[in-house]
Every structure is written in C-alpha cells, then in structure tokens.
Write a protein that binds this ligand. Structure first.
Ligand SMILES: Nc1ncnc2c1ncn2[C@@H]1O[C@H](COP(=O)(O)OP(=O)(O)O)[C@@H](O)[C@H]1O
Ligand SMILES: [Mg+2]
Length: 213
C-alpha cells in the first residue's frame, strides 16, 4: 500500500480539500482507497460522508472507499487497499509512527511561499522520515500559474520541490461579512467532483511519478 500524507503546520490551507479529492480521484482511477482522518474535528469524515457525520470511526463510503477516523493516531490499517490518504491536523503533532509510514507527503501552501514558510518547512522536515518524498503544492491560487524566483530559491534551499500543479480556487461561496472579501469554501454541490488539477495529481501518484522526482 502507498501511504500518502497531506500535512501542514497550520489549518485552513486546504489539507482536507486536497486529501478528500485524492481519495475520490484515486478511486475514480480504479483504486481501493483508505481515507484516514487524523483531525479531532473529523472534517474529512464530515465532508466525505455528508455533514450529518456522527462520529463513527469507520465508514464505508463506496465499494472502493473506506474512511477511518483516527485522531489518536492508531496505525493498524485494514488490508486490501492500494492507497491510504492521511488528512493531517492543524499542527504537525502527528505521531512519529504515522510520519514514518508515509511514502509521499504533499504540503499545501496557500498563497506565496515566503522566507517565513522556509523556517516552518525546515522544522516540518526535521519531523519527517528522510525516506518520505515531500512536495510543495500551491493551493488557492488565483492568477498565478508560475513560480517566482524567490519561491524557487526557497524550495531549493529547503530541498522540497514545488509541484508545477497549482490548485485554483474553485467555487466562491460567500462574502465575508467582516471584510467583504470572498471566502473560499468547499461547496457541498461540488463534493466529489474532482478538479482537473487534482485528477492530474492522482495520475502522478498512480503512475509512480513521485518516486522518480
Ligand atoms: N482550491 C480550493 N478551492 C476552493 N476552496 C478551497 C480550496 N482549498 C481549500 N478550500 C476551502 O478552504 C477552506 C479550508 O480548507 P481545508 O481543506 O478545510 O483546510 P485545512 O484542512 O488545511 O484546515 C475550506 O472551506 C475549503 O473548502
Ligand atoms: Mg482539515
């Protein structure tokens, strides 16, 4: 089984958004997939089963998808799955046992990668196994389809490549009452519709491209 982590040192950067679409997307490619929710809040469970989730720990969503709620980080996983996608927590207080299991980890960056992130990235890297392939993944991009020179330098310095697949903002759901600015939220209507770029990421995973980089 290939173990995939979606992790970051903070909340609201799109971990659950990305993890859920990886689960759906890999299942669409014919794979059997476990989604493992490491967050107390159970956002992956709620989002993937519908908002009526009632703290069941194991939920079979379809023939090919099973979700496990594992906020305590227990690592016994059922057999018979090709992929396990771990949806991280707001802080990287994920047990070393789980971090050590990861073959590949995607780190969503919402907004531009800055020097400030470089420090967080380095400390994240220290907690990870050297055998885990790590990739930065730009999320919630608007007009950017390019990586700036500064970002390339930061990525090089920390030694974590930025994937050239930026995930755009999908659906604008509402305006913030406080600031009048748009708030980007998963739209329930779009649940399970895997955005094209996340389909590409699923191919990248299924084809084993991540092992070659
Ligand atoms: N690419 C995206 N397009 C639209 N909404 C997004 C995107 N990425 C994240 N979001 C939304 O932003 C909010 C925070 O994302 P979420 O996945 O819950 O972050 P995290 O799991 O890192 O806390 C959610 O409402 C989510 O639906
Ligand atoms: Mg989350």
């Amino acid at each position: 089984m290939v173990n995939i982590g979606v992790i970051a040192w903070k909340g609201g950067v799109g971990k659950t958004f990305i993890a859920s679409h990886l689960v759906w997307g890999l299942a669409e490619l014919g794979e059997k997939v476990l989604g493992i929710d490491l967050d107390n809040q159970g956002d992956l469970m709620k989002w993937m089963t519908g908002y009526t989730w009632k703290k069941q720990s194991d939920v079979k969503v379809s023939e090919s998808i099973t979700l496990l709620w594992r906020p305590g980080g227990e690592i016994q996983l059922p057999n018979g799955y090709g992929y396990a996608v771990f949806d991280g927590r707001p802080q990287v207080d994920i047990s070393a046992d789980i971090l050590n299991m990861l073959d590949v980890a995607f780190i969503p960056i919402a907004g531009r990668l800055s020097q400030e992130n470089a420090r967080d990235l380095s400390s994240l890297q220290r907690e990870m196994s050297p055998d885990t392939k790590m990739f930065l993944l730009a999320n919630l991009i608007e007009m950017r389809l390019y990586i700036t020179r500064e970002e390339a330098l930061i990525s090089k310095k920390v030694g974590i490549p930025i994937l050239d697949m930026g995930i755009p903002k999908t659906v604008k759901v509402r305006e913030s009452e406080m600031t009048g600015r748009p708030v980007w939220e998963m739209s329930y209507a779009n649940r399970g519709k895997v955005p094209a770029v996340l389909k590409s990421l699923c191919f990248f995973i299924q084809q084993g491209e991540w092992e070659k980089l």
